[in-house]
Design a protein around this ligand. Structure first.
Ligand code: ZN
Length: 88
């Protein structure tokens, strides 16, 4: 199994698209689009924003299909980033 699932956006990504920690080591939990240099690229993102983003991606960018967007939205609450929301 070579594709990983990003624990923020819920999308699969390849090992070379892994996010990076502050010390530049790869972080297999998040993709490079979401996590870079030890920080989330969008700190203010909420799970609702993420849902909207996935639907936008499906509608306007053809990166994923609408079905994939809906599948991904379903798993968002189980992902590490969104599970933590209430434990601040
Ligand atoms: Zn991601």
């Amino acid at each position: 199994m070579k594709s990983l699932t990003c624990q923020c956006c819920g999308l699969p990504f390849s090992p070379k698209m892994r996010g990076t920690n502050r010390d530049k080591s790869p972080n297999s939990d998040y993709c490079l689009d979401c996590f870079r240099d030890g920080e989330f690229r969008d700190h203010h993102l909420t799970i609702q924003d993420m849902e909207k983003k996935l639907l936008d991606m499906a509608r306007h960018h053809d990166e994923i299909s609408i079905e994939e967007a809906h599948q991904t939205i379903k798993i968002l609450p189980d992902l590490k980033r969104w599970k933590m929301t209430h434990i601040l």
